[in-house]
Design a protein. Structure first.
Lengths: 226, 226
DNA sequence: TCTTCCTAACCTAGCGATTGCTTGGTAGCG
DNA sequence: CGCTACCAAGCAATCGCTAGGTTAGGAAGA
């Protein structure tokens, strides 16, 4: 079973410098797509093998387990994302510009790696308590802190509206932006930067018309009727 | 003649008027919670049985299959939701007020039946092509039409900003609002109507401060500073 | 009131299929 | 000759589900 493991990982990693890396990455990409579309538990190792053109048992020459494949996919994705965001928040620009960049970077990521994003959304919840996947929650928290930091800074500078809870505002933006991976199609009619533009317009200025020509235009009258 | 089974379903349904209904509903609620938290495929009939205090095989006295349990949960939820929204959009109020009501109704639903909402979000994608679950996509589409209708009406009346794609706006709101079920806790510090207030403020007027010493100042004054 | 009988609700036991994974081999290339 | 990448075959566990039996309680008939 899983008794003692004398570092097989090191040997496998060093051995995968040749063409092995290419094949390995290829299989991993196939697995990522299957995991993302069907879900991790619903994807069998036989599915992955079929798609890769090999038998399911042969997968275990490249990977320790099905779970290890998931971990590798998620780790690559999340560390990449963290680095991307860290670069943005470190910029010497006003918070408003940095938040825009975070949003645009998110849509670009959704465009570039939709499978990894969908996979994260589908499985991160179930992976919350699993020790091998602690990095998921950990990096998520780091990213949240970056975003919330920008939002708070924006409120202090006067860029952003006060009276909004920063954490709640973060969740609002995060959920609206990242859930778009569920319907966004990289080769569809809507380009990712167009979606970003529309979302940023809505996020910046809101849904209500600001011409305020008609009767109940102010922010006071009709909204809280009841 | 015991060879032919004369409509066992009808008999079962009619017979479940007594305490049977209570037990049935109880098991269904247990299943909904398990499906929502672990996911449908990851939940075994033995899990449900354990939680209900019976053996897994005994579940099949109440339900035809595990899938049938899911279908019943989702159908009850979605038809209820459709009715709720239909009532709102039929109101004789300005689009702006109706949209607010749709949003508040959504948060109220999340508060009242978080398991069903989470379940829908987790499984609706995988159920897209399954014949027995066609009603899921169908009702989803009907609901989408209601929301988009209100948004378009709001743009025509002048309530809502033009230059926003209605479908895209709908998805933005929908994803931001409904994904909150992932982190909202019915007994947590944030009440659902408080979240609704914050989200509506953000949705109405946007994130940018409207005092705006600099450029664009849309609606009028102040008033909401902490 | 007593007896009979029916039925909803559950149990016992297990079947066939599918799951992730293992073991021992082999083809082919440098 | 050695090593990478695969195949062939199958094992133990788990899955949804089934068939037939048991029990308790209430309605019905005398």
């Amino acid at each position: 079973m899983s008794a003692i493991r004398p570092e097989p990982r090191t040997r496998r990693r060093t051995a995968s410098d040749g063409t092995g890396t290419a094949r390995r990455a290829e299989i991993l990409a196939i697995a990522a797509e299957l995991f993302a579309t069907r879900g991790f538990p619903q994807t069998t190792v036989r599915d992955i093998g079929d798609e890769a053109g090999i038998l399911s048992g042969s997968l275990y020459h490249h990977f320790d387990s099905k779970e290890a494949m998931l971990a590798e996919i998620l780790r690559d994705f999340m560390e990449n994302l963290r680095a991307r965001f860290a670069e943005v928040v470190a910029q010497d620009r006003p918070p408003r510009a940095r938040l825009d960049e975070l949003v645009r970077g998110s849509f670009a990521t959704i465009h570039q790696q939709p499978h990894a994003v969908a996979l994260y959304q589908k499985e991160s919840g179930a992976l919350a308590g699993v020790p091998e996947f602690r990095f998921v929650g950990q990096i998520s928290l780091e990213i949240e802190k970056m975003w919330v930091g920008v939002i708070v800074a924006g409120q202090q500078v006067g860029d952003f509206r006060t009276g909004l809870d920063p954490e709640l505002t973060y969740r609002f933006i995060r959920d609206a932006v990242w859930t778009s991976v569920q319907w966004y199609r990289p080769r569809g009619r809507l380009r990712h930067d167009v979606v970003a533009d529309q979302y940023l317009l809505l996020l910046h200025s809101g849904l209500l018309a600001d011409d305020a020509g008609s009767a109940d235009a102010g922010s006071t009258s009709s909204a809280n009727g009841r």
